[in-house]
Write a protein that binds this ligand. Structure first.
Ligand code: NAI
Ligand code: MG
Length: 349
């Protein structure tokens, strides 16, 4: 039997509540499958660790993580005691960068039993592939002449390697989806980076003759997410465009408490990191009322990446059956607590 060694970082706030729930679901689906199992190793890193040790994780933390197959993370942040830039850069961003997790994937799907803020949407099921290591979010630039003559320059950096990597990954995903890739561009306004992006898209698509493609400017694409989200399958976007589009994708699903995400090292040289979109939700932490679905669906993305798509489908079906039966946490307008939602998902599994 295949055993996956997973590094678990529950983190802070509701991370400590939703991660154990998701692990119970993943262990259950593994048992039902019979072909694989998980070996979970917990790391107490995060803001509590920072308050005790003065750092978010130990100095050799990254080296430690490299020994695991994947990383399963809850959320970090304790804004009243630790400034967010410390918690974010000391753990999350450090892991994403040093383990070269250059692709960020976030689905946006209309779930059965869940109210989308869109009025009467048709069924949609979108996967956004966001370039996660360069583009508009680069460290290149500077500021000079403080005061009235101040100038700020922020360079966007697009490499052939990074751009092509994101696009190829999108095409590979589309093979197992509905054979369609949309490129998010803005070559009418950005006259160097986006024409480059378009050229590479044209090159890459030649290697995938069975996949249909479309090219949309990001502003139009944002409007289409509201008007006709059902028209999309896989979308590939730069770092900034993907960031904005995936928040919109989360919004049209209905709640931040259900939205999953993955930071992938697609070369599989280092572990990838699976973490929900939401944060540590200090306002509801410790009450047992957090929605565990975002973390559980994130676990489903880890199953997919490990090659257990059938097990992943079972998890998503159990989530949808639970929502459809009306067992929902408060963020979705229900009255159930975390434990009740988790138990309903286990039962539906
Ligand atoms: P947040 O996502 O923690 O909370 C925003 C709102 O959504 C809150 O009202 C919260 O109660 C609700 N919410 C979030 N997840 C929920 C869930 N699973 N079930 C029910 N309701 C849920 O974002 P916020 O408040 O801006 O940030 C809080 C802390 O989390 C900060 O320190 C921030 O830096 C950190 N953060 C960490 C992230 C991560 O670890 N990946 C991502 C986003 C924020
Ligand atoms: Mg964002």
């Amino acid at each position: 039997m295949k055993t996956y060694k997973i590094a678990v970082i529950p983190g802070d706030g509701i991370g400590k509540e939703v991660v154990p729930a998701a692990i119970e679901v993943l262990d259950t689906v593994a048992k039902l499958d019979g072909g694989f199992q998980f070996e979970w190793t917990y790391f107490p890193w995060g803001c509590d660790y920072y308050l005790e040790h003065g750092e978010m994780m130990p100095e050799d933390g990254i080296e430690t993580l490299k020994k695991y197959d994947q990383i399963f993370l809850g959320a970090v942040g304790m804004p009243e005691l630790v400034p967010d830039h410390i918690s974010l850069w000391g753990l999350l961003i450090k892991i994403r960068r040093e383990l070269k997790q250059s692709i960020n994937v976030r689905p946006a799907k209309l779930l059965q039993g869940l109210q989308s803020p869109l009025r009467d949407p048709q069924n949609f099921d979108i996967t956004v592939v966001r370039e996660n290591s360069e583009g508009e979010y680069s460290d290149s630039g500077g500021r000079i002449h403080q005061g009235a003559n101040e100038i700020a320059i922020q360079n966007a950096i697009f490499t052939r390697k990074g751009t092509e990597r994101a696009m190829r990954y999108a095409f590979e995903l589309a093979k197992n989806s509905r054979q369609h890739v949309t490129s998010a561009t803005k070559s009418n306004g950005l006259t160097y980076s986006m024409p480059f992006w378009d050229e590479i898209f044209d090159e890459v698509k030649k290697d995938y003759p069975d996949i249909d493609t479309a090219v949309n400017h990001i502003d139009a694409l944002a409007a289409f997410f509201v008007m006709k989200p059902h028209a999309f399958d896989v979308i590939v976007a730069s770092n900034l465009f993907g960031d904005i589009l995936t928040d919109l994708g989360g919004a049209i699903m209905g709640s931040i408490g259900i939205a999953p995400a993955a930071n992938l090292n697609i070369e599989r040289e280092y572990p990838s990191m699976f973490e929900p979109v939401h944060g540590s939700a200090p306002d509801i932490a410790g009450q047992g009322v957090a929605n565990p679905i975002g973390q559980i669906w994130t676990g489903k993305m880890m199953l997919d990446f490990l090659g257990h798509q059938q097990a992943g489908i079972k998890v998503l079906n159990a989530i949808e059956a639970t929502l459809a039966s009306g067992v929902k946490t408060r963020d979705l307008g229900g009255t159930a607590n975390l434990e009740e939602v988790k138990n309903a998902i286990l039962k539906n599994l």
